[in-house]
Design a protein around this ligand. Structure first.
Ligand code: ADP
Ligand code: MG
Length: 583
C-alpha cells in the first residue's frame, strides 16, 4: 500500500507523456484518507474500455450494522444498495467528461429495477468495496496528470465519503432496501405451503413506463386489487408501514394456485401486464418499483415462440411428431435440430428445454405464442385430419403437464374458450382489475359441448429426453483472445465468433447477467462430457456460483450479475454451434 503522495508524484511525473505511461498504475494500491484505492487494470488508450479500480474502506470505518448484512439475502441486497448509493454519489461528486474519449468518466455497474447478486459492490466482515470504471484523462493521447490527480485524489475519496460509510449512507434507507428483498424471499418461500405458484399483493403497481422501460408507470396506474375468491394473506418478516400507522406484518393479495390458470379478458385490459409482473416476480425489486410484493416460484419460465431460433437435438415429441422432410432439419422429433425453427417448433423446443432444467411453472402469453401451437379448434379438426397435422396443441397437454409432471401453467388467452375445459382457475382482467370467473367459464364449457373439439393425444406425456452438451461445440475464442465475450445490451451475447440472440429470453433483465452467462458457458466447458446432461450441468454451475461467487468467473473483477439457471440454459440452447448427445 502506497501513500497519496506517492500517487501524486507518479501522476506529476507522467503528466504530458504518452497514454501508455498510465500503465505504471496497474496493480498498485494507495491509501487515500480512510479509503484505499486498488488499480486492477489500466486502459490502453482514452477511447478503450475504462480502467478498473476498487475503492475500499474498512468495515469498522464503514460502521455498517451487522444486522444489515446477516445472511445471504440481506448481504446481497445491502451490496446492491451500496452500488446504487455510489452511483448517486458519482453524479454529485464527479465532474465527468474531461479530455478525449472516456477521459474523466467514473462509473459503477449498479442495477435497474431488480435487486440482483452482482459484483459492483462487496461487503464482508472486513471491508466495504466498490468496483469502479475510471476513464483516465488525456488530451489527445497525452496524459493529463493534474486532471488524473483531481479524479483519483479528490473525486474518488469524495465518493467514499458520501457513500461508503454510515451515516452518509442512510441506515433507514438501507434497512428498507434489505427488508424489501427479504420480504420478497419470504413470500416466495411461503408459496408451496399455500399451494400457490405466484402472489401479487394488493396495492402493487404493475404497469411500466413504456415497452422500453422497466420503471413504474407514473400516476395513472390502477393499483392491483385481488378478487375475494382468490385472496390470500401471507406473512412478512419485516412489517410494512400502513396508512393507519400500525405496522402490518402480513399482506393480502392474489394467490395464483398450482395447476392450470387462465388469464382472460378484453384486449388492453391488463392481461399481459399481469403476466409480465409474474414473470419478473422471480426477482426482488427495489423499494418504489411497485412490484416489491410480487413473488413467483423461482422455477418459473416464460415460454414463447421465437421463429428463426436454432434448436439442437431437442425432444419435442410431446408436441410435434412426423414433420415433413425439409432442408437442414432432422425429422426425428425426439431429437430435433434446426437452424431455423418455425413459430410452433421454436415454442415446443423452448418448453421442452425449460422442463429439462427443472421449470415447475410455465408462463405463456397469447401475444407471443404461435397460434397453431396453442390450439386447433373443432372446425379445423374437421377439415384437417389429425393424421396430417404434426402438432399436438398445448391445450391437449397442459393438464397432463400438471397431473403427470407436476408442472403448473399460467396462460394469457383472450382468444380461445377451448381452454375452459382444462383450466383450474380462470381470472378475467377487466379495466386492470382481476375477477375470478372460474365458475362461469366451467359452466360455459359444460353448456356448449356441441362446439367442443376432440382432444388430440397420440401418446401420454413424458418428460423430454435429456441431452448432454458437447464441450467441443462451445468455442469462446476470437482473434488472439482465448476467451472473448461481450454482452450487447441485455439480449445479445457475443461468444467467441458466435452471436447468441436472447431476445426471446424475457426473464433476463440485466446486461451484467448476460455477460456473466458468457463467462459461465466458457467455464462450464470443463464440466461437460461424460454424459453430463443439461440439468446436471446447471446444478454444477449453480453450486460453483454459490460456493465461489461471481468473482471467480474472471481473473479480475468484471461487471457481472447472477443469472438464473433457466437463462443460462436458454443461452446455451441458442448457441448456433451447440451439439448435444441424447441421454
Ligand atoms: P392486454 O394484454 O390485456 O391486451 P396489456 O397488459 O398489454 O393488455 O395492457 C394494455 C395497456 O394498459 C398497457 O399500455 C399497460 O401499460 C396498461 N396497463 C396495464 N395495467 C395497468 C394498470 N393497472 N393501470 C394502468 N394502466 C395499465
Ligand atoms: Mg396482451
Amino acid at each position: 500500500m502506497e501513500s497519496a503522495e506517492a500517487l501524486a508524484d507518479l501522476l506529476r511525473r507522467i503528466d504530458g507523456r504518452g497514454y501508455k505511461a498510465y500503465k505504471e498504475l496497474s496493480g498498485r494500491s494507495y491509501e487515500l484518507g480512510s479509503a484505499s484505492l486498488h488499480v486492477d487494470t489500466v486502459q490502453g488508450d482514452p477511447f478503450a474500455a475504462p480502467s478498473r479500480m476498487r475503492l475500499r474502506v474498512p468495515r469498522e470505518r464503514a460502521a455498517v450494522p451487522a444486522s444489515l448484512t446477516e445472511g445471504r439475502i440481506r448481504r446481497i441486497a445491502f451490496e446492491d444498495f451500496v452500488a446504487r448509493a455510489v452511483r448517486d454519489a458519482i453524479r454529485r461528486e464527479t465532474r465527468g467528461h474531461r479530455g478525449s474519449g472516456k477521459s474523466g468518466r467514473v462509473g459503477i455497474d449498479a442495477g435497474a429495477e431488480s435487486i440482483l447478486e452482482r459484483t459492483a459492490a462487496r461487503v464482508t466482515d472486513d471491508f466495504v468495496e466498490v468496483r469502479l470504471e475510471v476513464g483516465l484523462p488525456a488530451a489527445g493521447r497525452r496524459v493529463l496528470g493534474r486532471e488524473a490527480e483531481e479524479i483519483l485524489q479528490d473525486e474518488l475519496p469524495a465518493i467514499a465519503e458520501a457513500a461508503l460509510h454510515m451515516p452518509a449512507l442512510s441506515e433507514s434507507e438501507a434497512r428498507r432496501h434489505v427488508e424489501t428483498a427479504e420480504n420478497h424471499a419470504a413470500l416466495q418461500t411461503q408459496l408451496p405451503a399455500h399451494g400457490l405458484v405466484a402472489f401479487v399483493a394488493d396495492g402493487s403497481i404493475l404497469p411500466r413506463e413504456s415497452g422500453a422501460s422497466d420503471r413504474p408507470a407514473p400516476d395513472l396506474a390502477v393499483p392491483f386489487v385481488s378478487p375475494a375468491e382468490l385472496r390470500v394473506t401471507l406473512e412478512l418478516p419485516n412489517p410494512l408501514p400502513s396508512p393507519d400507522g400500525a405496522p402490518r406484518d402480513e399482506v393480502s393479495g392474489l394467490g395464483v394456485p398450482e395447476g392450470v390458470t387462465l388469464i382472460v379478458g378484453g384486449g388492453y385490459h391488463g392481461k399481459s401486464t399481469l403476466l409480465r409482473a409474474i414473470e419478473r416476480g422471480v426477482y426482488p425489486h427495489v423499494p418504489g418499483d411497485g412490484r416489491e410484493l410480487v413473488a413467483t416460484r423461482s422455477s418459473a419460465v416464460k415460454v414463447r415462440a421465437e421463429d428463426g431460433r436454432v434448436v439442437a437435438g431437442c425432444d419435442i415429441a410431446a408436441f410435434i411428431s412426423d414433420l415433413p422432410a425439409s432442408l437442414g432439419t432432422t425429422r426425428d422429433t425426439r431429437c430435433f435440430s434446426t437452424a431455423d425453427a418455425s413459430g410452433s417448433t421454436s415454442q415446443a423446443a423452448s418448453l421442452a428445454e425449460a422442463l429439462e432444467v427443472g421449470a415447475r411453472l410455465l408462463l405463456l402469453d397469447e401475444d407471443t405464442s404461435a397460434a397453431n401451437f396453442m390450439v386447433r379448434d373443432a372446425r379445423m379438426q374437421a377439415l384437417v385430419h389429425p393424421d396430417r397435422e404434426p402438432i399436438t396443441p398445448f391445450v391437449d397437454r397442459v393438464r397432463e403437464l400438471h397431473d403427470t409432471l407436476g408442472v403448473s401453467t399460467v396462460l394469457v388467452m383472450g382468444g380461445s374458450g377451448d381452454y375452459f375445459d382444462v383450466a383450474d382457475t380462470v381470472i378475467e382482467m377487466h379495466a386492470y382489475e382481476p375477477r375470478d370467473v372460474t365458475k362461469a367459464a366451467k359452466r360455459i364449457a359444460v353448456d356448449a359441448p356441441s362446439q367442443r373439439r376432440r382432444a388430440e393425444r397420440a401418446l401420454p406425456l413424458a418428460a423430454p429426453r435429456g441431452r448432454a452438451p458437447l464441450a467441443s461445440s462451445l468455442d469462446p475464442r476470437r482473434g488472439r483472445r482465448e476467451i472473448r465475450i461481450d454482452a450487447i445490451g441485455t439480449h445479445a451475447l457475443r461468444f467467441g465468433t458466435d452471436e447468441i440472440d436472447l431476445r426471446g429470453v424475457e426473464q433476463l433483465v440485466d446486461p451484467s447477467q448476460t455477460r456473466a452467462i458468457g463467462l459461465i458457458l466458457a467455464q462450464a466447458r470443463a464440466w461437460m462430457g461424460d454424459g453430463v446432461g443439461v440439468h446436471a450441468l446447471l446444478d454444477r454451475i449453480e453450486s460453483f456460483l454459490d460456493g465461489e461467487g461471481l468473482d471467480a468467473l474472471g481473473d479480475r473483477p468484471e461487471h457481472l450479475a447472477r443469472p438464473r439457471r433457466h437463462e443460462i440454459a436458454a443461452a446455451l440452447n441458442r448457441l448456433r454451434t451447440l451439439r448435444v448427445q441424447p441421454l
